[in-house]
Design a protein. Structure first.
Lengths: 231, 198
């Protein structure tokens, strides 16, 4: 593997490369990229729906959810779950905000939205994804601001969670693709080194991070979302 | 599901959506764009969880996140792979950590066998890059991809069969079993060498 792996977001371009393109050479030696490209192709052309799926119902209900999100039909019929309060969309969708949003602000926006989606939909209430939460889980523990460590590293810290026996630090790029996981971490801090990140992520790249508290390997709580600059 | 020649491309629809984000034209363009992919996102999520309602939950999460993040997307990638990245990430987040009792593809003997298999041992011992390096050294290309999809991407076995187009009667299960045997042997050799070197 002499070249960097393709980001998931690059797969559309990779999918369209013609034979002989030098970038295809990487695929020959990298099962990760070949597998991900196969996944992307399956996403594009899924084939017939499995017998136990209900594509028609899914199309209808997802269309309802999106239409309600768009505000086209604010009182549309039942969808999967209540949408996030419209204030969030109104706030971040306001045209006056857009010119001021730089890369950092955009990242923060994405992370806030990510958190907003995760919390009301995923964990904050009891309408949760089945099998995903732990009874008695307490979410929303806090992250400290990352601080520069020794030799260009970054010190990450967070508040302890009662009952946790380990933590997992998850790092995402701006597209919310997971780029690194540090696990298991026994305490409430960890030093992030450049080597912990995959090739292709340069120093000072803005990234998103959050921490999962674990007990016996099961996730029992998720932290808030923070941003950091790659060491 | 590519657009017909007379239909606007994803990028054209995206441009219209971003140009008039708060207006009716932009909303219609975004709706048309997402309509192209909502079924794909659902089927992708279904492949992971094999449950209609849960797949809908995941698909809605992914689609609404993408809808709300359109402004920050700003054409950094193709829309299709950007949305795929979001859906994939949502599924992976939902699948991790996976316990056997939540794993739809887990077999009964997995549940009662306390011994970790080669996958678990590898995951505990190797980070992803070392894992892949071992795959490359030990396995045939299709076995490498199948093991990556199973160990790292947490894809169910029948979904791996479809994703890789495995035509053998046993599907990806046979590929994975062969790969596991090879990896177990490679690990045993490695432990033997390290044991002698210690």
């Amino acid at each position: 593997m002499t070249e960097r792996c393709f980001a998931v977001e690059e797969l559309a371009e990779v999918h369209e490369l013609v034979a002989g393109d030098p970038r295809l050479q990487h695929l020959e030696t990298c099962p990760r990229c070949r597998a991900r490209l196969a996944e992307y192709r399956r996403f594009l052309a899924p084939g017939p729906a499995p017998a136990d799926a209900n594509l028609g119902d899914a199309e209808r209900r997802l269309a309802d959810a999106l239409e309600r999100e768009a505000g086209a039909r604010p009182n549309a019929g039942a969808t999967l779950r209540p949408a996030t309060p419209g204030g969030l969309r109104a706030l971040f969708g306001a045209p006056a905000w857009r010119p001021a949003l730089g890369v950092a602000a955009a990242l923060l926006l994405v992370s806030v939205i990510y958190l907003a989606v995760e919390r009301p939909f995923g964990r904050g209430d009891r309408v949760i994804l089945r099998g995903e939460s732990h009874p008695g889980a307490k979410d929303g523990f806090e992250l400290a601001l990352p601080r520069p460590g020794q030799a260009g590293t970054l010190d990450l810290r967070w508040t302890p969670v009662a009952g946790a026996d380990a933590y997992e630090v998850r790092i995402f790029d701006a597209g919310l693709t997971a780029v690194a996981r540090l696990t298991p971490v026994s305490g409430t801090s960890v030093t992030l080194r450049h080597a912990d990140l995959p090739p292709g992520i340069e120093s000072h790249t803005s990234l998103i991070w959050r921490v999962a508290a674990l007990r016996a390997g099961d996730e029992i709580a998720l932290s808030s979302v923070g941003t950091l600059q790659a060491p | 599901m590519s657009p017909e020649p007379h239909e606007p491309t994803d990028e054209i629809l995206l441009g219209r959506a971003l140009k008039d984000r708060a207006g009716a034209e932009g909303r219609d363009a975004a709706t048309a764009l997402f309509a192209r992919y909502r079924g794909r996102v659902y089927l992708w999520c279904f492949g992971y969880v094999r449950d209609h309602e849960r797949a809908l939950d995941l698909a809605q999460d992914a689609l609404l996140l993408a809808w709300r993040s359109l402004d920050s997307f700003a054409g950094r990638a193709r829309f299709s792979s950007w949305l795929f990245a979001i859906a994939r990430n949502r599924c992976l987040s939902a699948m991790r950590p996976v316990s056997l009792l939540r794993d739809a593809s887990a077999q009964l003997d997995d549940l009662i066998d306390p011994q970790p298999g080669p996958e678990e041992r590898l995951e505990a011992q190797e980070d992803e890059d070392r894992l892949i390096a071992l795959f490359v050294q030990t396995l045939e290309p299709q076995e490498q991809e199948a093991m990556f999809l199973r160990c790292v991407e947490r894809l169910p076995v029948d979904e791996i069969t479809r994703t890789l187009g495995v035509t053998a009667a046993s599907g990806a299960r046979g590929v994975l079993q062969t790969a596991r045997r090879k990896l177990a042997a490679a690990l045993a050799r490695r432990e033997d060498v390290e044991g002698r070197g210690a």
